[in-house]
Design a protein around this ligand. Structure first.
Ligand SMILES: Cc1cc2nc3c(=O)[nH]c(=O)nc-3n(C[C@H](O)[C@H](O)[C@H](O)COP(=O)(O)O)c2cc1C
Length: 440
């Protein structure tokens, strides 16, 4: 059993003031070279995949100070990376709320052909952007997940509608493909009506791996039904253990094997040659955030305005709704609620939490050795099957990950030295096949 490791292609290390550093190459941020260099580094380190998050709206508030969410389209960007890499998996984020199943099925399958089986799909239901797609407001969380379930079912059916085996290419008889093996899907559901078949065959009989992010009750149910891997926001080990065991239990209830679903927390790291250097890096990465901006973040996450409270006053459950009905992400709202219930922090303390200033991810601040010790601890406690690396603070911290953290994990036998397969599915399966997880 070894770790499954992905690297984000969202430039998290440029957040805050990171982009202002001399070596940030911020001017190249919208070039494909920038990401190609990263993907090549990730491939040289034998990572399982690079991962392109995405959103379909611009946060004008953030863009004033950092790259935020302005980014290249995942399919277009990954297409430019495919032909210059050979082994590494490429995971594209595509929204089920704002896309059409036929288009998604076709684009992903096209990239799967071009990459020879290295594509994965990060299925998101989106948190914002309705105005860009002719809608006056975001559909409810339940509707978005109902739609996501039907959407993925249609995409699967489309991939199966034109199977690879139907390509007979028999020169002698003149049969290119066996039309009897290709069929329309005649899908009529609550949200979609799709005739099919897809106009591109499947690259192979193994389906494209599904990733998912969103851990509300409905989100977990969706993940446990369809996902091969979950990108998780788990700020502490306890929440990761709870999420992993719950997803495994739900997957079992849906008749899937425990190992069918991998939990990959986002790991936001600030690395230095010394602990002190790393601590300073972490501190500096967030000093630019004003109290007003932090309060704005709380409002976006919880849907409540706490700006009337004095900084020294305690924040308790009295200040937040009992049930979140209309928040952007229940996952993030619940994580922040956990802190308020558990710690009753002062407003000032609350405004320092990673759940407020970051994205509620697991934060590691320290040396490469300290990071490896922490990763090992989470792994041994059954909190993860791997992680998605979200480098923070500086390019130097990102480089320390490749130069020190990955080699140390290999040395400890926790990560592969060489690729044993060449498709993303093979990479994911190779992690599981090298023995059992210590806790499974
Ligand atoms: C760790 C994490 C990463 C996410 N990444 C994206 C993303 O890249 N793009 C996007 O549109 N939504 C993203 N989302 C939002 C989810 O797809 C989902 O729409 C949202 O969390 C609401 O679902 P929930 O109520 O289950 O949390 C992410 C959510 C989480 C928890």
């Amino acid at each position: 059993m070894s770790l499954c490791i992905g690297l984000t292609l969202s430039p998290t290390w440029l957040n805050g003031d990171g982009w202002r550093k001399d070596d940030s190459k911020a001017e190249q941020l919208l070039s494909s070279d920038y990401y190609l260099e990263l993907a090549k580094k990730a491939e040289a380190s034998k990572l399982d995949f690079v991962f392109k998050p995405d959103s379909l709206f611009l946060n004008k508030e953030m863009i004033n100070q950092s790259p935020g969410f302005s980014s290249l389209d995942p399919i277009v960007l990954l297409t430019s990376i495919v032909r210059e890499t050979e082994k590494i998996g490429l995971v594209a984020t595509m929204s089920t709320t704002f896309s059409e199943p036929f288009t998604v099925a076709r684009q992903l399958q096209s990239l799967n052909w071009i990459s020879k089986g290295r594509i994965g799909w990060n299925i998101v239901t989106s948190i914002e952007g309705s105005g860009n797609f002719g809608k006056s407001s975001m559909p409810s969380s339940k509707e978005r997940y109902d739609r996501a379930l039907e959407f993925t079912e249609v995409v699967r059916k489309l991939w199966e509608s034109y199977p690879n085996e139907s390509l007979t290419m028999d020169r002698e008889s003149g049969q290119f493909a066996n039309k009897d093996m290709i069929s329309a899907i005649h899908h009529i559901g609550d949200f979609y009506k799709v005739e099919g078949p897809l106009n591109i065959p499947s690259y192979c009989s193994k389906s494209i791996p599904f990733f998912q992010a969103g851990a509300s009750n409905v989100g977990r149910n969706f993940a446990s039904l369809v996902a091969d891997a979950c990108f998780a926001a788990t700020p502490d080990m306890e929440s990761a253990i709870e999420l992993r065991s719950d997803l495994q239990k739900r997957a079992n209830e849906h008749g899937r094997k425990t190992e069918a679903i991998r939990v990959l927390p986002g790991m936001h790291f600030f690395l230095g040659e010394t602990h002190e250097e790393a601590t300073l890096l972490y501190k500096n990465a967030h000093t630019h955030l004003t109290t007003e901006q932090r309060l704005g973040s709380v409002k976006r996450i919880l849907g409540v305005d706490l700006s009337h409270l004095p900084l020294q006053s305690k924040v308790t459950t009295d200040h937040i709704p009992e049930v979140f009905t209309n928040v952007r992400s229940k996952t993030h709202a619940d994580l922040l609620r956990r802190i308020i219930v558990k710690e009753e922090p002062t407003l000032q303390e609350l405004l320092l939490k990673p759940e407020v200033i970051g994205s509620a991810h697991w934060v590691i601040v320290g040396t490469a050795e300290e990071a490896v010790a922490e990763i090992t601890k989470w792994f041994e406690h059954g909190a993860l099957d791997g992680f998605i690396a979200l480098p923070g603070g500086s390019v130097r911290s990102l480089n320390l990950f490749f130069e020190k953290v990955v080699p140390l994990l290999v040395e400890k036998g926790l990560f592969r030295e060489e690729y044993t397969g060449s498709t993303l599915r093979e990479h994911l399966n190779s992690n599981k096949s090298r023995g059992r997880h210590p806790l499974d």
